[in-house]
Design a protein around this ligand. Structure first.
Ligand code: GUN
Length: 292
């Protein structure tokens, strides 16, 4: 069994990005600039955004964090997005999700200029990705494909079962993996209405678990030699930790790992790759290579 070290891969890629940025700066270009908008004080979102800001520092990017309280109006948020769309100093920006219930998330996503949508959430980028056109790939799916590729996990023709059909992981990762250039796999997407879900996972060469249900994938659901990518990051209360919680994946790691060819840990698997994909998209935005 090979443990897929997303932390190490992401550190390697950040070093590659930093080298490219220093060469750009030496050539007279300005540093790539990523802006993150954070609404409220959700613990998970705070951590993700802090990690994104830190990754910008490592990559040599300029970063700006714009914070709003939970009660920010949708109009204020849309106004800020409009300003960022028109700010030539900003290469890309993200609005950290989830947003408070009084804000229409889809309206916010669609207000972002797709040419600055480095999360790859805008329907233009989602649509272009689904038909294999140049675009900003959504960060977690791109990170998963990169991990599979860097570890030489056989994907071409493989039976790949995706658990979960969210807009930010399940659907886009399925779209990427089924494409010739994204993996060339045979993809099945399972969700809450799937009948006999285990019959699908048991014949899978690759399982991508993105349900947000801690320990959902158990050893009896996994074929010997399967590769497992665990996207789950649920905070589970744990009094023995200083933080009061631990991060739990969707896979019963202890019992599933011995059966696998490859498996990602939580934390330290997919999470760091999501952030590095965002850095890659921001660099592409700054270079104007996706949308010149
Ligand atoms: N919330 C959970 N994952 C993400 C992500 O990749 N981007 C944004 N903007 N919000 C998220």
């Amino acid at each position: 069994m090979t443990l897929i070290d997303g932390k190490k891969v992401s550190d390697d890629i950040k070093k590659e990005i930093a080298q490219e940025v220093e060469a750009m700066v030496a050539g007279g270009k300005r540093r790539p600039h990523l802006v993150a908008i954070l609404v409220g004080h959700d613990g998970g979102s705070e951590t993700y955004v802090a990690n994104k800001v830190r990754a910008c520092e490592v990559c040599g990017f300029k970063s700006t964090l714009i914070r709003f309280e939970d009660d920010v109006t949708e109009d204020t948020l849309l106004d800020t997005i409009n300003k960022l769309n028109n700010d030539a100093d900003v290469d890309g920006f993200i609005v950290q999700l989830p947003l408070p219930r009084h804000i229409n998330e889809q309206r916010v996503i669609e207000a972002i200029d797709y040419r600055k949508d480095v999360d790859g959430f805008h329907p233009v980028n989602v649509g272009r990705q689904s038909i294999g056109l140049p675009c900003f790939h959504s960060a977690t799916p791109a990170g998963i494909v990169e991990l599979l590729s860097r570890y030489d996990v056989p994907v071409k023709g493989a039976d790949c079962v995706v658990l979960g059909r969210s807009n930010i992981v399940g659907k886009p990762v399925a779209a990427l993996l089924m494409q010739k250039a994204g993996g060339d796999a045979t993809v099945t997407v399972c969700h809450s209405s799937t009948r006999d879900l285990a019959s699908h996972t048991r014949r899978a060469d690759i399982i991508i678990a993105a349900l947000g249900k801690p320990g959902f994938v158990t050893a009896d659901m996994v074929k010997d030699g399967a590769a497992i990518i665990d996207v789950g990051t649920t905070r589970v209360p744990d009094a023995s930790r200083k933080s009061g919680f631990r991060l739990c994946g969707d896979v019963d790691f202890e019992n599933v790992a011995p059966k696998c060819s490859y498996i990602t840990p939580v934390p330290g698997g997919v999470g760091p790759m999501t952030i590095v994909s965002l850095m890659k998209n921001t660099l592409l935005a700054a270079k104007g290579t996706v949308y010149p």
